[in-house]
Design a protein around this ligand. Structure first.
Ligand SMILES: [Zn+2]
Length: 318
């Protein structure tokens, strides 16, 4: 039996509905949205591929006044993309995805060599082998929860989807898409209330993800949406203020990263202890290293840090 998954109290316009999928890990849920258009409904994001994903989508579809005619994935993270193939099977609808996001999906989730690739890359940033190599062991653990459409319809900046305009907001993910429509922003993980979206540097990614994110946040301030529908947590009413708060947060973290550097070069792994403390699990540590590196790379581009590579290890100094 599938419980009522539409949020009962949320103030949404009648043509925007929220569908919540459970997550086994924090924050425990991800919000998908259903957008009503002239030709039917568009499902945005799909949760993980869990045993009941298709059932949840089918139950949601049964409550609508028309068919789900397309599925749009905002970005390639497992909690947004993972259930896209089961959702497509449940509805018969095609999946739409950004071009870069799809390329990265294949490169990461469709690539048996990826766990080894990222493990070697972590080691090059000073991560001890036992922390880096866990990824190789864990690689296949996640595979059943990530079932993506192998050949989605590609969308890009400016395209129209069900009366909404596609905007590219790189940062949290390189190929992150949002949708905008007169004062509304469907944000995925680009903008969240209370949660700070992670912004990491990863192998084979865009070169300056934090620079991308700061630009995307400024763009959000300029768009000035009245309401934002996020992938986690409640809708935001004051998006400009929240976007500015995130800009300020990263400016502060850039200062902290700069303060952790001196004349002696240090690896991203070492600097992550200054920024995130010493009490993280191996998994959280790897995210901390990615996030530390996005800040160090931004500092370098602002002329506030230097990057050196020696004996296969990347290090940073003033
Ligand atoms: Zn995400």
């Amino acid at each position: 039996m599938i419980e009522q998954t539409f949020a009962p109290t949320l103030e949404l316009r009648p043509d925007v509905r929220r569908l919540t999928f459970p997550l086994p890990t924090r924050p425990g849920h991800v919000h998908a949205y259903l957008l009503r258009g002239d030709d039917g409904w568009t499902l945005v994001d799909t949760g993980l591929a869990l045993p009941d994903t298709a059932g949840r989508v089918a139950a949601a579809a049964a409550e609508l006044d028309g068919p789900i005619v397309r599925i749009l994935v905002t970005h390639m993270h497992p909690d947004h993309l993972g259930g896209s193939e089961p959702a497509a099977e449940a509805t018969g609808a095609p999946v739409l995805q950004g071009e870069l996001d799809h390329a990265q999906t294949l490169h990461v989730w469709g690539n048996p060599e990826w766990p080894r690739r990222i493990s070697v890359w972590f080691r090059s940033h000073g991560v001890p082998p036992e922390v880096a190599d866990e990824l190789i062991e864990q690689g296949s653990l996640y595979a059943p929860f990530i079932r993506f459409a192998p050949d989605p319809q590609l969308v890009r900046e400016g395209d129209e989807v069900s009366g909404w305009r596609v905007v590219e907001m790189p940062g949290h993910a390189d190929g992150h898409l949002c949708l905008v429509r007169d004062g509304e922003l469907l944000a995925g993980d680009h903008l969240l209330d209370r949660i700070t979206p992670t912004v990491g540097l990863w192998p084979d990614s865009r070169l300056d993800p934090l620079g991308d994110y700061l630009d995307s946040l400024r763009r959000t301030v300029d768009l000035g949406p009245r309401v934002v529908y996020p992938g986690h947590g409640e809708p935001l009413r004051d998006a400009g203020r929240r976007a500015q708060e995130l800009v300020d947060h990263h400016r502060e973290r850039l200062g902290a990263a700069e303060a952790a550097l001196g004349d002696e070069p240090r690896s991203g792994y070492d600097v992550s202890y200054d920024l995130f403390g010493d009490r993280l699990s191996s998994g959280a540590r790897r995210f901390a290293v990615g996030e530390t590196l996005s800040h160090l790379e931004r500092l370098r581009r602002e002329g506030r840090a230097e990057r050196v590579e020696d004996d296969g290890i990347v290090r940073w100094h003033r």
